[in-house]
Design a protein around this ligand. Structure first.
Ligand code: SF4
Length: 419
C-alpha cells in the first residue's frame, strides 16, 4: 500500500505541479520519505535518514515526510527536525498538491475521506497496475498501529474501481493488484451512498473487464474467508492462484489476545480447503513470535500450523511494541533471547518447506507474465501462483504471458524454457 501511495504522490506532483523524477538526490528540488510505522525500527531510522538527506540535498530543496509515521508523529517530526518542510499522513495522500508549497504544513487528518478521489494515473509497469479498493481498517488487533495511522475503513466505489482499471487495460495493462488492509471486508461502508457490496461481488465485476487477464489481491483477512469467497477464488480463471493468509499466531489463546477474531481450527480449515480446491495454490503468511503472552505451548501451536499448511512464503517478525496499541500494556513473559530463538525455529522449518515446495514445480508447465530483463540474456516474470521464473530471452517477451516448462529451481526462484 505504501508503494501505491508513493506512486500516487509522484503522479499527483507530476500532473499538478510539473515535478519529474530524478535518480540523483543532489538534483532533487523535493525529497519525500514515505514512511512505515508497523514496527519500531523504521521509525527510528527516519530521523537518521532525514539528517543525512538534509546534508546532501541541494540548497533550497524541500523535504517532506509522508505515510504512517507522519500520521502518528505529526508536528513532532518538524519539532525534532525543523528543516522538514511538510508532514502528510497516510490518509491524506491526495492533499500533496495543496501542501507541497506550504512551509510547515502538517496534514494528518484521520477522518479525511479520499475514497472517491480519482488520483492522476500511476504505475511504473506498463503491464501491471495496483488499485486501492479500501482505505483504513476497522479491526482492533491489539499489536497493530495501523488503525491509528490510516483511520476507519471506507471502501472505494465499485464503478470508480472498474473505470480506473478499464482505463489501465486500454493502455496495455493485463494484471491488476487489488489492495487494502482487509480486502475481503470490501463493501461494508461507502462514503458516497453506494449500497453494501462484497469482495466476491467485486471480483466477479472486475473479472468482466475485457483484456484484463490476471487479478491479484492482498491482504485478505482469514476471518472473512467464507465459502463463497473461496469458491470464487478457486473457480474464477482470472484470479491468480496465490493468496496471503496472515496467521500471526497458531494458538487460539494468543489469537484471542491479539483480537484476530478466528481460531487455530478456523484458520486450518480455511487454508486446507483452499489447498484442496486449488492444488497449485501458493499460500503466504505473516507470523509474529514473542507476543507478550505467548507461552512455549502457544508457540508450538504456531509451529503445528506451519507444519500442517506448509506455507510457500512466511513474513516472520518478533513482536514489536507499538504506541497506542492495547498489547503495549501487557507484561511480557517472553525474553528477547527466547523470541529470537522462536524466530529462528520458524525460519528453519519454513526454509525446508519452501525448498521442497519450489522443487515440486520442476517438470510442470506454468503461464508466466514476463516483466523484467535480467543479466546474462535472461528475462523474468511471475507465474499465475506468484513464483518468479527465469528463462533465456530478450525484450520482445516483455508483457507477454507464455507457457514455460520448468527445468530447475534455486531456493527462491524457478528456471525454465518457453514452449
Ligand atoms: S487487520 Fe489487524 S493487523 Fe491488519 S491492519 Fe487491521 S488492525 Fe492491523
Amino acid at each position: 500500500m505504501n508503494s501505491l501511495d508513493s506512486e500516487h504522490l509522484m503522479s499527483e506532483l507530476k500532473t499538478h505541479k510539473d515535478y519529474i523524477q530524478t535518480d540523483n538526490i543532489s538534483d532533487a528540488d523535493l525529497i519525500i520519505i514515505n514512511t512505515c510505522s508497523v514496527r519500531e525500527k523504521p521509525v527510528q531510522k527516519l530521523f537518521s535518514e532525514l539528517g543525512s538527506l538534509n546534508k546532501v540535498k541541494k540548497e533550497g530543496a524541500k523535504i517532506g515526510v509522508c505515510g504512517c509515521t507522519a500520521s502518528h508523529l505529526g508536528k513532532d517530526i518538524i519539532k525534532r527536525a525543523p528543516y522538514v518542510d511538510f508532514v502528510l499522513g497516510a490518509r491524506n495522500v491526495s492533499k500533496i498538491k495543496d501542501i507541497v508549497d506550504i512551509k510547515g504544513a502538517v496534514e494528518v487528518d484521520l477522518d479525511y475521506d479520499e475514497s472517491t478521489y480519482s488520483f492522476a494515473s500511476n504505475g511504473h509497469s506498463i503491464y501491471k497496475t495496483s488499485a486501492n479498493i479500501s482505505i483504513g481498517c476497522d479491526k482492533e488487533c491489539t499489536y497493530c498501529i495501523v488503525p491509528f495511522t490510516r483511520g476507519d475503513e471506507v471502501s472505494i466505489p465499485l464503478e470508480l474501481l472498474v473505470s480506473q482499471i478499464q482505463k489501465s487495460v486500454e493502455s496495455g495493462v493485463v494484471e491488476v493488484m487489488l489492495l487494502g488492509q482487509n480486502v475481503n471486508n470490501y463493501g461494508k461502508r461507502f462514503s458516497d451512498g453506494s449500497t453494501k457490496s462484497s469482495f466476491t461481488h467485486l471480483l466477479k465485476e472486475i473479472s468482466k473487464i475485457d483484456g484484463l487477464q490476471r487479478i491479484r489481491f492482498t491482504s485478505p483477512h482469514p476471518l472473512h474467508m467464507d465459502d463463497e469467497f473461496i469458491e470464487e477464488f478457486a473457480t474464477n480463471p482470472k484470479i491468480c492462484k496465490s493468496i496471503h493468509m496472515p496467521l500471526q499466531s497458531g494458538s487460539t489463546k494468543v489469537l484471542k489476545e491479539m483480537k484476530r477474531g478466528y481460531t487455530k481450527e478456523w484458520f486450518l480449515n480455511r487454508a486446507l480447503k483452499i489447498k484442496d480446491l486449488v492444488p497449485d495454490v501458493r499460500i503466504s503468511t505473516d507470523i509474529i513470535v514473542g507476543f507478550p503472552t505467548e507461552s512455549h505451548e502457544d508457540f508450538l501451536d504456531t509451529m503445528d500450523v506451519i507444519e500442517k499448511v506448509r506455507f510457500d512464503q512466511i513474513f516472520n517478525f518478533k513482536y514489536s511494541p507499538r504506541p497506542n496499541t492495547a498489547a503495549l500494556s501487557l507484561e511480557s513473559i517472553v525474553s528477547d533471547e527466547e523470541a529470537s530463538k522462536r524466530l529462528e525455529e520458524v525460519i528453519t522449518l519454513h526454509k525446508i518447506h519452501q525448498e521442497e515446495l519450489l522443487h515440486q514445480n520442476i517438470g510442470k508447465t506454468m503461464k508466466v507474465l514476463f516483466e523484467e530483463l535480467k543479466p546474462n540474456s535472461e528475462i523474468s516474470g511471475f507465474s499465475d501462483n506468484y513464483i518468479q521464473v527465469y528463462v533465456k530471452g530478450s525484450e520482445e517477451l516483455l508483457g507477454k504471458i507464455l507457457d514455460v516448462k520448468i527445468t530447475g529451481a534455486t531456493r527462491t526462484v524457478l528456471k525454465g524454457e518457453i514452449i
